[in-house]
Structure formats: structure tokens, C-alpha cells
Design a protein around this ligand. Structure first.
Ligand SMILES: C[S@@+](CC[C@H](N)C(=O)[O-])C[C@H]1O[C@@H](n2cnc3c(N)ncnc32)[C@H](O)[C@@H]1O
Length: 213
């Protein structure tokens, strides 16, 4: 197996020693993208937030620094990713601010109407049944709660970036979408008030949507 194939497999589901390195590397590699994505959403210090496909836990740490009386949850189906996230966020876990568990987006272990904000950074590409999985996210969001998707690979107008994204999507056998398609799949799952933000030069996209009252 070639290096790029190995890399894309590890990004899809980090495992073992290499997976640990990749999960930590994604924390660094995705930091600017995540900060840009989150600049479009308002976070209240009392919010309950879930990060799906939390990888190395960098975004959990980012959220934990923003809240006072809220709580941050992280979930990932990779045991290696959960271990790295737990290590990175140890002090917040001890303080009772953060909880991280192993599980799939398709069956989230949370009650209905629970979260103010749910996020997925560089994650949705790998979800097994996008519409069904988005409906599962809709279920656990509070009415008026927000869902944010932040990605660096999409079908953008910047042709150089688009070609790069298409190459990875082919190699990893995962879908990428146009901004219009983001609107369609979010609407199909029940979300409304959809806002799309694009960073042309980098080829980044953020989609923010809401669960209706
Ligand atoms: C590309 S990584 C992104 C990690 C992190 N969000 C970041 O931005 O650095 C995708 C993560 O999603 C996780 N993942 C993929 N499919 C999943 C699923 N069906 N349920 C839960 N986690 C999943 C992978 O294990 C991996 O840690």
C-alpha cells in the first residue's frame, strides 16, 4: 500500500502507533481551519457542545477554554482517537468539563434535545449514511441549537484547490460536495437557517444550520 493510501486510511480511522501520530498531527494541521470555522458561530459559556469525529481532541480543548458552566463532549469511533483526545484533555476531564467516548455518529448515546451546538471538523466525509446520520444529529440538538460543519475539502470555485480535494476524495473513496449540495443535504435532514461561508484562497468551507423551534 502506498504512503498516501495509508495516510487517508489513518485519517478515516486512526489506529495503532501511526494513528496516534496522525491524530496529534491533525490537531496541529487543522488548527487554523478550525479557528476560522468557529469564528462564524457564537459560543455561550453555558453551552453543552458535542464534537463528532473528535480525532486528537484539539477542538474539544478549544471549546473547553471558551466555556464556564457548560460541558463539552467528544465522540469518535476510533479507540486510538479517543485515547489521544483523552490524554490531551486530561485536566478538563478531571475538572468535569469534558467527557470523551468511543461511538459512531450513526447512534449517538445522548438524549433528544440535549446540545446547544454540535460540530464536525473534517469528519462528515466518512459518515456511512449522510442523511440518516444528520437526522441523528438533529435529534440530539436542542430547538434553536446549531450544527456546524467545517471542511477543507469541497467542490469549490478555486480550481487548484478543487483538483486537490477531488484527488483525495478519489483516493479515499469519500464524497465531497458543492455549497449547493451542502444546503440540499442539510435541508433533507431537517435543518434550516443554513449559512455557508467560503474561504476562496484556502478552499475551506463552513456550513452552519439550525434545528427549528
Ligand atoms: C479527518 S479526522 C478529523 C479529526 C478532527 N475532527 C480534526 O479536525 O482534526 C476524522 C475523524 O472522524 C472519525 N470518524 C470517522 N467516521 C466516524 C463515524 N462514523 N463515527 C464517529 N467518528 C468517525 C475518525 O476516526 C477520525 O478521527
Amino acid at each position: 500500500m502506498g504512503f498516501k493510501q495509508k495516510l487517508v486510511d489513518q485519517v478515516r480511522k486512526p489506529s495503532g502507533r501511526l494513528g496516534k501520530i496522525i491524530a496529534k498531527g491533525m490537531n496541529k494541521g487543522h488548527a487554523k481551519l478550525a479557528a476560522w470555522g468557529l469564528s462564524h458561530v457564537k459560543i455561550d459559556p453555558n453551552d453543552k457542545i458535542l464534537d463528532i469525529g473528535c480525532g486528537g481532541g484539539g477542538n474539544i480543548e478549544r471549546y473547553a477554554k471558551m466555556i464556564l458552566n457548560g460541558k463539552i463532549f467528544g465522540i469518535d469511533y476510533s479507540r486510538t482517537a479517543v485515547n489521544v483526545s483523552t490524554e490531551i484533555n486530561k485536566r478538563y476531564i478531571i475538572q468535569g468539563i469534558v467527557e470523551i467516548s468511543q461511538g459512531s455518529v450513526s447512534s449517538l448515546p445522548f438524549p433528544d434535545d440535549f446540545f446547544n451546538l454540535v460540530s464536525g471538523f473534517e469528519a462528515y466525509y466518512f459518515w456511512p449514511d449522510l442523511t440518516r446520520d444528520l437526522r441523528e444529529i438533529y435529534r440530539i440538538l436542542k430547538p434553536n441549537g446549531h450544527f456546524i460543519l467545517v471542511n477543507e475539502g469541497y467542490k469549490c470555485n478555486n480550481q487548484k484547490r478543487r483538483k486537490g480535494a477531488e484527488k483525495w476524495s478519489k483516493l479515499g473513496n469519500f464524497p465531497i460536495h458543492t455549497p449547493e449540495e451542502y444546503k440540499e443535504f442539510l435541508e433533507q435532514a431537517g435543518f434550516s437557517n443554513i449559512q455557508i461561508f467560503e474561504e476562496y484562497n484556502k478552499g475551506w468551507i463552513t456550513a452552519i444550520s439550525m434545528k427549528k423551534l
